[in-house]
Design a protein around this ligand. Structure first.
Ligand code: OAD
Length: 234
């Protein structure tokens, strides 16, 4: 697998599934008993603030009960040992990549452990429960913090950096994502357009599977460590 210098990796809920976090598109079509549209939109936050804050308070609390799995650990090892360029773009709002040790990481859909101030626009570290009341660490506004997660209809974080990384990359790898949500679902097409190699590691074929040069099906905890070993020539 050597011969590559510059890798962009996209991860989704599938890489955290074996840590015990539910994916979004389980067979019942619900995320933790809610329709995604009832929770993950600016309209839902405006109409039903307590429900939305409580939902993300619960997700934040659940993070304390889970640990990174072999997939996160393998990517953190690649991050440590890969001498070329690397960017791990995650759609996940959990903190399992960084707890595994990854640093070349971009949370394009935001982070549960961060809050966004509706008053000053600041992003501040946040580990508690928003329903208990909040004070912005930057501007001091009370009860103006919301989850720092990108809702449907909002612009993902870091798009310019991601597009620049993809334009420079020679390998794009997608791990544990259904390919149902744009713009992340379109990264493989951007990669194909840039004529770089594309690899998918997923439990099942994703919506955009046909765009990849190669698809390997299986669990992230098994596929990712094997792929990383090949990349590092271990
Ligand atoms: P999904 O729930 O849509 O897809 C998860 C993918 O992971 C599916 O294709 C599963 O087959 C696969 N999968 C499940 N278990 C796996 C395992 N152990 N190993 C490998 N693959 C596994 O989650 P995402 O694609 O991440 O956005 O969803 C994308 C976005 O939709 C999320 O970031 C979120 C959601 O709405 C926002 O909240 C803005």
């Amino acid at each position: 697998m050597s011969g590559f210098n510059n890798i962009v990796i996209l991860t989704g809920a599938g890489i955290s599934a074996e840590s015990g976090l539910n994916t979004f598109r389980a067979s019942d079509g619900l995320w933790e008993n809610h329709r995604v549209e009832d929770i993950c939109t600016p309209e839902a936050l405006a109409a039903n603030r307590e429900l939305v804050l409580d939902f993300y308070d619960q997700r934040r609390a659940a993070l304390r009960t889970v640990e990174p799995n072999a997939g996160h650990l393998a990517l953190a090892r690649l991050d440590r040992e890969w001498r070329g360029e690397l960017l791990i773009v995650t759609q996940n709002v959990d903190d399992l990549h960084e707890r595994a040790g990854a640093t070349r990481l971009l949370h394009m859909h935001g982070e549960l452990m961060s809050a966004l101030c509706e008053e000053c626009g600041g992003r501040v570290p946040f580990g508690g429960a928003m329903l208990d009341g909040t004070v912005c660490g930057q501007c001091g506004a009370e009860d103006r913090l919301r989850p720092d997660v990108v809702f449907f209809g909002e612009m993902p974080y870091g798009m310019e950096r991601i597009e620049a990384a993809l334009a420079e990359a020679d390998l794009f790898v997608s791990i544990g994502t259904s390919g149902a949500v744009y713009p992340a679902a379109g990264f493989v097409q951007m990669a194909r357009h840039a004529e770089i190699e594309t690899l998918e590691l997923n439990l099942e074929r994703s919506a955009g599977s046909g765009w990849f040069d190669e698809t390997r099906l299986g669990k992230a905890s098994q596929l990712v460590p094997l792929w990383v070993e090949r990349m590092l020539d271990i």
